[in-house]
Design a protein around this ligand. Sequence first.
Ligand SMILES: [Fe+2]
Length: 248
Amino acid sequence: MHTELLDSVSEEVNQAIARFPQETITKIYQDQGEFFSIEQFFPQEVIDQFMAEVEIVRPKLNRNYIPTHKKGGSVSHYLLRESAPSILAFYHSPAFIAWLSHIAGVPLLLCPDDDPHACALYFYTEAGDHIGWHYDTSYYNGERYTVLLGLVDRSTSRLECRLHTKEPGREVKELSLTTDPGLLIFFNGDKLHHAVTPSAEGEERIVLTLEYVTDPTMSRGKRWFSNLKDAFSYFGLPALLRQPGMKA
Ligand SMILES: [Fe+2]
């Protein structure tokens, strides 16, 4: 990877996190049941740089459809690793990981290289693309945390969130968010109940997702189940075979 490119992503990350004091964000994160969202975390120039790489991988996205639960397109970590150096540099950024770790209150680690969700793209580009209510359940021997970064949102889709669902005695709070370019969301995958409402004809919504964990080990049984789920729900059989993918 070019040093210049790495330096530029690293500088953008440093500038972004400097604008959002750790202590303030940590309080918001804790008050909201391990969830925060920040508008314009990155300026449009950074999103444009990421989008140039998105356009390179877009022809290879895998479309998936699970009746009543999920429809959309995905690009896995394997493909991004080959063709999206800026996006990968963001995922790997030590300053960003340290900032998130402080907010989460636990040391966060990258996912193993063979996890297709580690760093991935989700495309909602056809009528009816959506995902039903779910948690980003951790199959790892530890917690799993999700970052979402809005890249494109010319859609009526909304990221619907239900906070505090696992906190007995606490009222559930509902949020309905657009994922505009530059919006950053971070949450504990087992705590946030969330869904994306269906897109309409001619709309487009593209989101980058990053996954961090507290323990990158996983039992064999859970790895088997997780791999099958990824193959059928997200990235297709190439992901099961640990390959970058093919044109869908
Ligand atoms: Fe999710």
